[in-house]
Design a protein around this ligand. Structure first.
Ligand SMILES: CC(C)(COP(=O)(O)OP(=O)(O)OC[C@H]1O[C@@H](n2cnc3c(N)ncnc32)[C@H](O)[C@@H]1OP(=O)(O)O)[C@@H](O)C(=O)NCCC(=O)NCCS
Length: 152
């Protein structure tokens, strides 16, 4: 599906919050997105926008020394399995590489097969586990790393 990848703006917040709430059992407060977009200089916030200007997917990453930490990433229910997430992740990884990041890192729920399948496709490997990381259901977090930072 054809989408445009661009920087997230404050005007995108309604669409971004909607995707976040439909995607996560522990959604980020709106204030957190505001901070990431407008104040956090280490944050890279991108959206995928459809031709009719709807927000289809969101990603927020942080640059931490030479590591790109994917903090949140989700596609709107209606647009899943159409390659939108892949396009957005590819651009976020390119962006990280342009900024000199050498590896990408993320946490994913142990039971989140869809996301893990996607990350594996991009070359991420399991590099650790944080027991009972998610406080809503005590689910473990799987740590995944892509190194060197090369998109799919
Ligand atoms: C994970 C997520 C972002 C994927 O986004 P998407 O736009 O559907 O991804 P794509 O269409 O680009 O899929 C890329 C590949 O990922 C894998 N994948 C995606 N969804 C999958 C699913 N439900 N089951 C198995 N594999 C899946 C497939 O390999 C897929 O390639 P294919 O469709 O050619 O088989 C989306 O499912 C989502 O928003 N989930 C809820 C939030 C979430 O879990 N975010 C990640 C937190 S770490």
């Amino acid at each position: 599906m054809s989408v445009t990848i661009r920087k997230m703006m404050l005007e995108d917040l309604p669409g971004v919050i909607q995707i976040d709430r439909m995607s996560f059992s522990l959604p980020w407060p709106e204030q957190t997105y505001r901070y990431e977009i407008s104040a956090n200089r280490a944050a890279r916030c991108l959206v995928a926008e459809t031709e009719d200007k709807k927000i289809a997917a969101v990603i927020v990453s942080w640059t931490v020394v030479d590591e790109l930490h994917v903090a949140t990433f989700a596609t709107h229910n209606e647009y899943r399995r159409r390659g939108v997430g892949s396009q957005l992740l590819t651009e976020a990884l390119h962006d990280g590489r342009r900024l000199g990041m050498r590896r990408a890192f993320l946490e994913v729920r142990a039971g989140n097969e869809a996301a893990q399948a996607m990350y594996r496709k991009f070359g991420f490997q399991v590099t650790g586990r944080r027991p009972k990381y998610y406080r809503d259901n005590d689910e473990d977090a799987i740590l995944m790393t892509l190194e060197p930072l090369e998109p799919e």
